[in-house]
Design a protein around this ligand. Structure first.
Ligand SMILES: C[S@@+](CC[C@H](N)C(=O)[O-])C[C@H]1O[C@@H](n2cnc3c(N)ncnc32)[C@H](O)[C@@H]1O
Length: 244
């Protein structure tokens, strides 16, 4: 049955990425065949924009924490249309695991206006002006329903990370996936949730190619004296395993 389970997960991955059908980009499109695989555009239809390499990475890490019994839920902060969370929920389904949840945290109304006093690195950031990044909660929940994966094993956290992350800091996580692009968004997740990640768990960062996000990761690791090796996924995704 392992083969069928892996085929379900692989098919789910290709479905959230809309790999099998034409899907013109909303923005940042290109004729280069690798462009979508590398998650460089904002897809018109696909339920995730992370591309094949980062999707394969989250599949691998979810399987690892399950098979190595690293305790804790899965969190994605910055879900957009929900595709990556749907993939994580589908992996739990495929392994018939019901004691781990998927937490989906997002404003469901796009990125915040930069708080330049608190986070000067975000000064001038214009990501909050992109309406394409504002996907309502109801749309994301409907996307879960389309995969028959909408149930109480998924927790939707609506609001700004600075407000929602403190409400889940008592939970235990085996994987946290940061996809909030900005310095402040990345820092609000790390400050509130890093200590809730199990030893042996994984921190995945989608936007390391953005100077703001990279600076937040570097500052946080320096402040906390974190020396765990950083692994590159592709041109922008990174992860590390928490060893202490
Ligand atoms: C690039 S998209 C995420 C892409 C998604 N992970 C995928 O699989 O396609 C960034 C998301 O982060 C959310 N976001 C960014 N900063 C946030 C914050 N501080 N609080 C709440 N949501 C935030 C935006 O609303 C948006 O949905």
């Amino acid at each position: 049955m392992k083969e069928v389970r892996d085929k379900y997960i692989d098919l789910l991955m290709r479905t959230i990425l809309c790999s099998m059908y034409p899907d013109p980009a909303l923005a940042y499109g290109s004729d280069d065949n690798n462009h979508r695989k590398e998650g460089r555009d904002w897809p018109g239809i696909a339920h995730s924009m992370i591309g094949e390499y980062r999707a394969k990475n989250i599949v691998d890490l979810c399987k690892r924490v399950i098979e190595e019994e690293v305790p804790g839920h899965f969190l994605e902060a910055g879900v957009w249309r929900g595709g990556t969370c749907i993939l994580m929920r589908g992996i739990l389904e495929a392994y018939q695991i019901n004691d781990r949840k998927v937490f989906c945290a997002d404003s469901f109304e796009g990125l915040p206006v930069p708080d330049e006093n608190k986070y000067p690195r975000d000064a001038g950031d214009i990501l909050h002006t992109f309406e394409q990044l504002a996907v309502p909660l109801e749309t994301v929940q409907e996307n879960f329903r389309q995969y028959d994966l909408f149930d109480e094993q998924t927790v939707f956290l609506k609001g700004w990370f600075k407000d929602t992350m403190p409400t889940i800091s008592d939970e235990t996580f085996s994987i946290i996936r940061l996809d909030g692009d900005m310095y402040g968004s990345t820092m609000d997740i790390l400050n509130n949730i890093y200590d809730s990640v199990s030893k042996g768990g994984f921190i995945v960062v989608d936007d390391y190619a953005l100077p703001t996000c990279k600076a937040a990761v570097e500052d946080f690791r320096e402040q906390r004296n974190i020396c765990d090796k950083i692994y590159e996924i592709d041109w922008t995704g990174i992860w590390w395993q928490k060893t202490q």
